[in-house]
Design a protein around this ligand. Structure first.
Ligand code: FUL
Length: 679
């Protein structure tokens, strides 16, 4: 690998030292990173004991015997992933609960002590074999935090962890990525100690040694997380990279600043590009209660444009269900999504356009290089010419709503600011994209409302060096209607909103699927009961329709009084996920129903602002003074979505919800929305 890298560096240096060739703008990616950028989309698989215990973050004490897939089929996973364009897959070989999915010598807490294949199964082998057979790349997630291991937090565990890395890197063929999760330390089983242990993640695990063992056997592998990462977390688990997204950061700076990771750093010292990890469902592991909460086609499409279209790679998670399969509806949605994207970006309108530029470095760097389908040729401007204009003229007017741009990243990421305009019959007009246009990097996809033009003009206004653009494309993507948003406010008004101006909304309140014969929505209406409201958007012109939006609504405050806290409690039931009530840890929310109810659960939504903190972690829930449920919202810090907790029905009038701790070890914690689920 040393030889290959040297050769690569030599080529880059030679390239950039020829008289008319470009200087690199540092830092630049390694050859391995360039190949990684080109993957664009690959899959995550979350599977393990959590799957069988309805958990996101197992505590480390759920028995290995509960791992009981009945119909496990890795080939089904791989077939689905291939059908939706994924180039590889990363498996959770061990999650925070410490349960190992392979035949490890390091612990008994593994698949060897489960009923699966009478203890002879090995998920890492089964999946890596299937990947090799069907041509997918294979990678591994190995949680550093281990809530089962007795020695966690002490030296003994570090050795175990490195042995696990050794086992995984030596026996399962080539790895394209190794994932070190950032969640570290906290409470756990720890061999029965049941205590809280904290570590200094920067030093404790010896990531330098881990990197050496991984790269020794897998020189092309990317490393996610830890102190020697070659790619970075994007700072959220919602599926988006910044519209400004530099591939560079300064590793000294970023660790805890999520925004730094989302946008990168123009002055960053190292090429550590962003990877967007997001799940197709609300959680990372399978939960039956989330069967109806798959991300919609339009949400997933938006995720694609805000990850791959924002210069990041997309790591899309598929939870495996209790059978051991990717659920049929998840597979169908993912394939449908892939078809939408492929169809959006099918016919490049620029192929036969006439190109004009205002500056060129010489014929080798001619503007036509941006449409020649050759990744390694590019249009470049002269030294000191860090701006430029390129236009594409068409014989006949064309409609378009997408522009794709790529920089030749082996020479560094350069563009800082650009904009796009159109002309029709000599009349110039502005094109208004949904994002600000700043960086490009490996790939940038700009979306805008459909325009008709006979000339497309792109102005590059600021750059870190001469322009170096290897690809530009434009498309006319079919309109994909987004499902409406349904809310009920404090005064019991139900609002159904759509961003589509030419659309009509139809809805039902009896749980049936809405269509054009359903109730037509034109203004908010009062609804104080519990029930299910479903709505759909129809585009009058195109006769297109959106997916159906579904909102489960619990009893309104007409049916109860909030006794405690008496200040600010309105914020918990105002349908505004940003207005938040803060209460002290251990201070209860007390709700008294006017009549006895059959209570089956509750919903808690943490503040949805980007920089929100103090989300509840541990909680207790009482009905008429009796504890019915206590637990923790695992992973709420990184993935602060609505939390739905269900339990066996209990009759009662008085509900007490007690937050015990929060994500920031603060004195108080926040509740944006809260409701009680009744039968
Ligand atoms: C997070 C973990 O804590 C989640 O459980 C999940 O594995 C996600 C991909 O990373 O940090």
């Amino acid at each position: 690998m040393m030889k290959k890298t040297l050769l690569y560096l030599l080529t880059v240096t030679l390239l950039s030292s020829c008289a008319d060739d470009l200087q690199i703008v540092t830092p630049i990616p390694t050859e391995q990173q360039i190949e990684w950028h080109k993957l664009e989309t690959y899959a995550f698989i979350h599977f393990g004991l959590n799957t069988y215990n309805d958990l996101e973050w197992g505590y480390g004490d759920t028995p290995a015997s509960t791992f009981t897939p009945t119909n496990l089929d890795c080939e089904q996973w791989v077939a689905t992933l291939k059908k939706c364009g994924m180039k590889g897959v990363i498996l959770t070989a061990k999650h925070h609960d410490g349960f190992c999915l392979w035949q490890t010598k390091t612990t008994d807490y593994s698949i060897a002590n489960s009923p699966y294949k009478n203890g002879k199964g090995d998920m890492v082998k089964e999946l890596s074999d299937a990947c090799r057979k069907h041509g997918l790349k294979f990678g591994l997630y190995l949680s550093p935090w281990d809530r089962n291991h007795a020695e966690y937090g002490r030296e003994g565990y570090v050795e175990t962890y490195h042995k696990q890395i050794d086992e995984l890197t030596s026996s399962y063929g080539e790895l394209f990525e190794f994932w070190f999760d950032g969640a570290n330390g906290g409470n756990g089983f720890y061999g029965g100690a049941n205590e809280t242990r904290s570590i200094n993640a920067k030093e404790y695990y010896d990531y330098e040694r881990a990197r050496d063992s991984i790269l020794k056997r897998h020189p092309n592998a990317m490393i996610f997380g830890g102190t020697c990462q070659t790619i970075r977390w994007v700072g959220n688990e919602q599926g988006w990279a910044g519209d400004t997204d530099w591939c560079m950061i300064n590793p000294e700076h970023h660790q805890d600043n999520h925004f730094y990771l989302t946008y990168g750093d123009e002055n960053g010292t190292h090429w550590i590009p962003a990877e967007v990890d997001v799940s197709i469902r609300p959680g990372w592991f399978y939960h039956k209660r989330e069967d109806h909460q798959l991300k919609s086609l339009s949400q997933m499409t938006d995720i694609y444009y805000r990850s791959v279209g924002h210069n990041a790679n997309l790591l899309l998670n598929f939870p495996i269900n209790l059978d051991g399969k990717i659920p049929a509806q998840d597979s169908a949605r993912a394939v449908e999504w892939y078809n939408v994207i492929s169809n959006d970006l099918k016919d490049n309108l620029l192929k036969d356009a006439k190109i004009n530029i205002d500056n060129e470095r010489g014929r080798k760097f001619k503007a036509e290089n941006v449409i020649d389908d050759n990744w390694d040729t590019y249009w470049a401007t002269e030294d000191d010419y860090n701006v430029g204009t390129i236009s594409f003229s068409f014989d006949e007017p064309v409609k378009m709503n997408r522009v794709v741009l790529q920089e030749y990243i082996p020479l560094g990421q350069r563009v800082k600011k650009f904009y796009i305009e159109g002309e029709l019959n000599g009349k110039w007009f502005k094109i208004n994209p949904s994002d600000t246009l700043s960086t490009i990097g490996y790939k940038r996809i700009v979306r805008f409302n459909t325009v008709e033009l006979d000339k497309l003009i792109i102005y590059f206004e600021e750059s870190r060096g001469p322009l170096c653009i290897n690809n530009i494309e434009a498309y006319y993507a079919p309109v994909l209607l987004t499902e409406p948003v349904i809310t009920r406010d404090y005064d019991n008004y139900v609002k159904i909103e759509t961003s589509d101006k030419d659309a009509a909304i139809f809805y039902t309140i009896d749980g049936s699927a809405p269509n054009k014969n359903s109730l037509k929505y034109d203004k908010p209406f009062i609804y104080n009961k519990k029930g299910v409201i479903k709505a759909v958007v129809y585009d009058i012109e195109s006769k297109n329709k959106s997916a159906v939006a579904t909102k489960e609504i619990d009893l309104s405050h007409d049916f109860f009084n909030i006794i405690e806290p008496n200040e600010g409690s309105k914020k918990m039931i105002d349908a505004n996920v940003y207005s938040t009530m803060y209460i002290d840890n251990n201070e209860p929310v007390i709700i008294e129903f006017k009549e006895k109810q059959v209570i089956t659960g509750f919903r808690y939504t943490p503040n949805q602002s980007r920089d929100a903190s103090r989300h509840i972690v541990d909680y207790e829930f009482y009905v008429d003074g009796k504890l019915v449920k206590s637990g923790a919202f695992g992973n709420i810090k990184n993935n602060p979505i609505e939390q739905v907790v269900k339990f066996d029905a209990v009759e009662g009038k008085s509900v007490r919800f007690v937050p015990k701790s929060n994500t920031d070890n603060s004195r108080n914690c926040g509740i944006a929305e809260f409701s009680v689920i009744t039968e």
